[in-house]
Design a protein around this ligand. Structure first.
Ligand SMILES: [Zn+2]
Length: 122
């Protein structure tokens, strides 16, 4: 560990972060737990998701991928919402149906993330 990194960790701890017994899987630096609960590597300067097994790694990956899907769905909802403004009432029906479907999917994806978040805390 370079003295720069040690200094950075000390700064983080002074700011309320906690030292952990975990090390960064990329560089081996001791990880700190930020006030937000995230693990952070002061050397890589990024948050680190620690996984204990292949199954957990797969789950973490799925959550990240679903988050990306949620972002795409969200963009579509905004896009559709803007288009509705320009449409006549009969044309609007189809758009609103699509919008309703997208909102359903978005809500379900949000629920999955809520559940994943709760699992992590236990
Ligand atoms: Zn690192």
């Amino acid at each position: 560990m370079s003295s720069d990194v040690v200094k950075k960790i000390a700064q983080l701890v002074r700011a309320g972060a906690a030292l952990t017994p975990y090390t960064c899987p990329a560089c081996g630096t001791v990880l700190v737990r930020l006030k937000t609960g995230e693990l952070y590597c002061a050397n890589c300067e990024r948050t680190v998701v620690l996984v204990r097994s292949d199954e957990e790694a797969q789950q973490a990956l799925e959550v990240v991928q679903l988050r990306e899907v949620r972002r795409i769905v969200f963009d579509k909802i905004i896009q559709l919402g803007k288009e509705i403004e320009k449409l006549s009432a009969p044309e609007m029906v189809d758009h609103l149906r699509s919008l309703s479907l997208l909102l359903d999917i978005y809500e379900r994806l949000a629920k999955i993330h809520g559940e994943a978040g709760r699992e992590k805390k236990t």
